[in-house]
Design a protein around this ligand. Sequence first.
Ligand code: PLP
Length: 454
Amino acid sequence: MQLSEKVIEILAARNEKSRRIGELKQKMGLPLVDVNAERELRERVREVAERYGLDREFVQRLLTFVLAESVKQQYSDTKAATPKITHMDVFRKAKQLERSGRKIIHLEVGEPDFGAPAPVHEALSRAAISGYARYGEAKGLQELRTRIAEFLRERFGVDRHPEEVLVVPGGRFGVFVCAAALLSPGEEVVVIDPSWPLYKQVAHQLHSRPMIVRTKMEDGWIPRVEDVEGCISSVTRLLVLNYPNNPTGAVIDGKRLEEIVEVCRRRSIYVLSDEVYMDYCFGEFNSILELGYENALMLMSFSKSWGMTGYRIGFLVGSREVIERASSIQAMLMTCVPEFVQMAALKALDDLETPKRYGQIMRERVEEVCRMLDSMPVRYVKPKGGMYVFPKIEGLSIDSAELALRLLESKGVAIAPGSAFGDYVDYVRISTGTSIDEIREGLRRLKELLDQIR
Ligand code: PLP
C-alpha cells in the first residue's frame, strides 16, 4: 500500500474512534470541544513533528483539520445536529407568508428603518451625474480616506494615515476581506458567542477553524480573559470582537478590552473589532484603535450610523501591510466601491448629528422592548448598546426556534431564534429596526402566545 493511502486509512480509523468518543461525551453530557485536551495533543504532536524533522507549522495546521473533522464526526451524532426547526426555517417561512400577502411584523432583521439623510441621497446622484462613475482606486477615493482619518482623530484622538484605511462595500464584505487577508487554511479564529453568524461562516469558507468562547448572561455577555486565553493555540491567528454586540447589546468596558488585547499582544494575534454599532452605544464607547495595538483592525459601516444599508459602504482600519493585502483581494473581487457611493459617504461624514439621533431612537426602542419584556416570563441583560435584546424564555417546553415559528404562523411576528447565534436554544433575539408601534404590537403578540402555551 502506498504511504498516502495509509494516511487515509489511519484517518478513517481516527474518525471511527472520534465517533465513539462523541457518543460517550453525549451520554456523559460533556462538550464536544475540550480546549485543554486539544492543547495537550498539540504539544505531543509538536514533539513528534520535531522528532521526525517535520515543519512544525505544517503539522499544526494539519492537526487543525484533523481536529475539525473529529468535531464534525461527533457533532453529526448529537441532538444539536438535527434540530427539528432551524432559524433558516423561520426566515424562509416569513418570506413565504409575505409573498402570500400576509402582513408580518419584522422583529428579526438587523436593518434599521431610518434610511439615509436627504443630503446623502442628493450627494449620491450629483456624484453619479458629474462623473464619479468610472473605475477607481481599490482602496477608495483619496479624499474619502483622508476624511475618514480626520474622523478617527476627532472621534478617538488617534492618528491614522489614509493609507491605513480601506473603503469596503459594507461591513459584511469588510469582515471577509480582512479574514481573507489574514487567515491561512488550518489556522484558528477565536469567536465570542453568541455572535453574528458571519464570523464563523467566513472562517469555514476560508478553511479556518472557529474556536468558540461561550459567554453567559450571568457575566453580562462579556468574555472572561482566562476563557479567551484558554481558547488560544499555536495556530490561532485572529480574535473577533463585536461591541456593541449583535445579538446581546453588551458593551465591553475599556479595562476588559485592554486585558483581552494584552493577551493577543503577547501572542501576536490579530484582533478584528467590529464596531459597526458604535453610534448605537448608550454610554461610553471604547474603540480598539485607542489602544494603539499594531495588529488590531477596526471595522465600521455607514449602514447603522447613517441608515445607509443599501449603499453598501464601510471602512476597515489597520496596519498598512494588512490594508494593502485586503485591498488587493478586494480589487480582485470588485475593482472598487462605486465612487458615487463613496461621495455619498463623504457627505455623510459632514453630518455627525444624524448618528447621534439614530442612536437615541434605538436607545428608546430598546428601553421599550425591555419594559414590555418585564411583564413576560423571560430573563435578560439590559443592553448597553446595539439594536437588539436577547432574552431567555423561561419554562418553555419547546425550543426557541419552534417558538419563533409558532409566533410567525399564529401571530404574524418574526423574531430570530437564539440558535442562529450559537448554542443558545432557549433565547430569542428581538430587533428594534422597526417603528416603536410595530415593536409594541409585536411584543404584545409574543406575550399573548407565551400566555397561551404556558
Ligand atoms: N457587523 C455586525 C455585527 C452586524 O450585525 C452587521 C449587520 O447586521 C454588519 C457588521 C454589517 O453591516 P453592513 O454589511 O450593512 O455594513
